[in-house]
Write a protein that binds this ligand. Sequence first.
Ligand code: 5AD
Length: 361
Amino acid sequence: MYGVSNSTFSSISELSELLNLPTEEFSTIFDYARSIRREFLKPEVYLRGLIELSNICEKSCYYCGIRKGNLDIPRFIVSDSEVEQAVRNSFNHGFGSIVIQTGERSDKDFIDRLEKILLSISSDFPKLGITLSCGEQKIETYRRWFDAGADRYLLRIESSNPKLYYSLHPDNDLHSYSRRLKCLGYLKTVGYQVGTGVMIGVPNQTCDDLAADLLFMRDLDIDMCGMGPFIEHKDTPMFNGGSSASEKLKRAAQTLRMIALLRIIMKDINIAATTALETISPEMRFLAFDIGANVIMPNLTPLDYRKKYNLYEGKKSLSGEIDLIFNSLQKGIDPFYLTLGLNKKGTSKHFLKRLTKESLC
Ligand code: 5AD
């Protein structure tokens, strides 16, 4: 079917070779990924309403616009009633799940508050899927939030190569690679659907690194993935004057290849088409759904705060009435015979299978 080589998609050298192919030759891989998406998944795109709870962060990741050391941005915390309103609004419009993302904090006030918010959302909206993206925590904290109603957790590894990881993060206890791995293990132990992902196009990253990232995700047996192109933010140590439009497009194109290859390797996981991809190319973000992605995360953060959750330069976020946003999303995926999965929780098929397997052991 794929015809490019006899790749089994299972070694770094084979995957790296594919990531290096000229554009014309990669199209057979896209065809293969598309056929797998059609065979293993429903022709749907699941909606996750993204609520950015706060941009207060105790970490100093070199790439991130809301890093602690960035003194130029006003910090915010979305109030309980604003969260409640955003969730209600999204549920009423047909979002089957939400994502709560924040800058990383692990103090008692934050942990307690999020637990209360989760208890309230899950009792008011028992059918809503709740994903957290709140960084590294103790296993007890992950357990408390799970017991309070969160059922999915995203924690990107950013790069599975420790050397590259430490070119993106300070090498200290607060940013330790091994702790990140440990936390991914905790999330599995607690029972979450677990998601991870990487940034694509960071300095000094090779095709071998990206190939290794794909195998890392396979070996971790993840249920969900979100990966996107790296985009410089001017107030971070990784800002180098900004990259050219063509460099950014290259990263977006490489993101599409990563999505296609991951779909081939992990046939039934949920894969998001990310905002970073949309920021570089709205068209490529839609194409991602054709060749492997099946999740979209429209931003539902109250408008006043959105600008302040600026992880990278030019971060896109659609504003306006949810119905209009849905119309434009539906239009974008129409050519691929896909529909928005309104009112669907969109649980990872891979997770459901994993549960069955585990219960048989
Ligand atoms: N470019 C692209 N993605 C970024 N993220 C943070 N900063 C950037 C950036 N400059 C991504 C990280 C993080 C997620 C919340 O946003 O991968 O895990």
